[in-house]
Design a protein around this ligand. Structure first.
Ligand code: FES
Length: 155
């Protein structure tokens, strides 16, 4: 078994919150993602058994949402919002400077595996543009120096 007993218990509790078993698949994916950092083929098979569906059904959900991954990931994800309000306040230039600083293009991981830099659609924080999401945390009212300090400080 790849999914821990503790996580399995949490998944079972989530299933109890939904009228149909499958309704708890998204919370379950968040739980296994927290443990493993991605959804491997083995994890997808176990989830499929738990939810009485096919592994491909699990992977279809994984591939639909950009918060889930199907392969090992760098330690951090830094995504600059490049929708219109953030772009009007310099998000695209911020992303270009971060690409230059880290020597990668958006969508690529740094060679040390520390972070993948990318862009994001609107995250609902337009009033604080430009902003970026680093893992589960929003950073707002950014300029290049602020963003560089945040990302350079990641472990
Ligand atoms: S456009 Fe960037 S948060 Fe909305």
């Amino acid at each position: 078994m790849v999914i821990s007993d503790e996580t399995r218990s949490k998944i079972d509790a989530e299933i109890g919150n939904f009228p149909q078993r499958r309704g708890a698949l998204l919370p379950a994916l968040h739980l296994v993602h927290k443990d493993h950092g991605y959804v491997s083929t083995d994890v997808a098979k176990e989830l499929a058994e738990i939810f009485e569906i096919n592994p491909i059904d699990v992977m279809e959900v994984v591939s639909f949402y950009n918060l889930f991954y199907d392969r090992p990931q760098p330690r951090h994800h830094a995504h600059v919002c490049t929708n219109l309000p953030c772009s009007l306040r310099g998000a695209r230039s911020l992303l270009r400077r971060l690409e230059s600083h880290f020597g990668v293009r958006a969508g690529e991981a740094t060679p040390d595996g520390k972070l993948v830099l990318g862009h994001e659609e609107c995250l609902g924080a337009c009033a604080y543009a430009p902003m970026m999401r680093v893992d589960d945390t929003y950073f707002e009212d950014l300029d290049f120096e602020k963003a560089k300090t945040i990302l350079d400080g990641l472990e």
